[in-house]
Design a protein around this ligand. Sequence first.
Ligand code: AMP
Length: 431
Amino acid sequence: MKPNTFAELNLIEPLLKAIKEENYTTPTPIQAASIPPLIGGQDLLGCAQTGTGKTAAFALPILHRLETKRRASSPGAPRVLILTPTRELAAQIGENFQTYGRHLKFRQVVIYGGVSQMSQVRMLNRGVHIAVATPGRLLDLMEQGHVDLDQLDTFVLDEADRMLDMGFLPDLKRIIAALPEDRQSLFFSATMSPEVRTLAESLLKDPVKVEISPEVKTVEKIEQRVLYVQHADKATLLEQLLKGDVMGRSLIFTKTKRGADKVAKNLNRSGIRSDAIHGDKSQNARNRILSDFRTGRFQVLVATDVAARGIDIDGITHVVNYDIPHEPESYVHRIGRTGRAGAEGVALSLCDSSERHDLRAIEKLIRMTIVIEKDHPFHADRPMPRESKPANRGGRPDYRKRSKNGEAYDRRKTAKGSKPKRPGKRQTAGV
Ligand code: AMP
């Protein structure tokens, strides 16, 4: 029978107390399905994405097992390792462990690149039970002898599909080779391509399989509209939409980092307070911007897909796709930023003629036709095609011209024949 309360999942009291303080009453489907077998020590293959309660689904049983099988932690040798593709996700997972584990006494470290390694090494040297890490920096620290995975009990690979998209496979293989044979492994991915499946099979032993597809549910809850507009009118249309009285805290998505900066700059110029986050900004700058957005210091955050992934901000009333994403799955991730925790949200997509292919691919994925909003001054029924051809006619994922962190290079930069500047391996490894 499906457990309706956390107590039915037989979690230890300090965890139940923390869950209660978080006002969680009912386990989400992935929690109900995963927690019992994970407490029992089984491996798990989870097909689920952020927003399903996935983090608690693995964090709670991990904390439960750490407490019930308490062992001292030795320097540099964590007992639990969670690998995740981005710094933001690593930080968020770390925060969740802290929240759920607040009545237990475990030490943890969050390891990612783009910041000094000093405090991470210091934590490791003190001895940690839990390490949450992005692959690049973790490998760096392993190579320097600061991390030893020999004493690992549990390994979690989070967002495996994204890891592969971001080119982390070689790093992952090296980390996996350093894991002890006798361990519990958890593997999460939003999608299950043959490559992802192969990787899962190489890691898991007789896993419990849990599949949660929040897409349809999320998508159904969110009011979605597409606004046909010529490319040149997008900036003015966005400005007018934001100046109306309907849109509150809004998240705008662009394909490129340069695009994100440009949109934020234009909005500020027209009196709409906004800021942009993307992989070129330092971790500290990104944290500051996110915290200012959370506390309402500005209304509009412009972001690229990678930088915004996994970000959990309450009260986003509107998500605007300033550009239609090439990967249809990104659309689902993007619009999932609104309408969280049962709140209603609106997703608006500004679509020019070159993006119709991508829009069709999205509609195919979500199995619905997005309503066309014609009631705006820039409605372009037969929009002028842009000069450039759509990069991706089939609507299939386009991995060309992408930096290692998954963000598209700007067309203009590459069009001149100049090679796009590749970011340094280690620097962006955690983005
Ligand atoms: P995640 O999929 O881990 O990113 O979680 C998505 C959001 O759901 C986070 O804000 C969690 O705090 C929240 N959450 C997780 N589990 C529950 C639950 N059982 N009840 C209510 N909210 C939850």
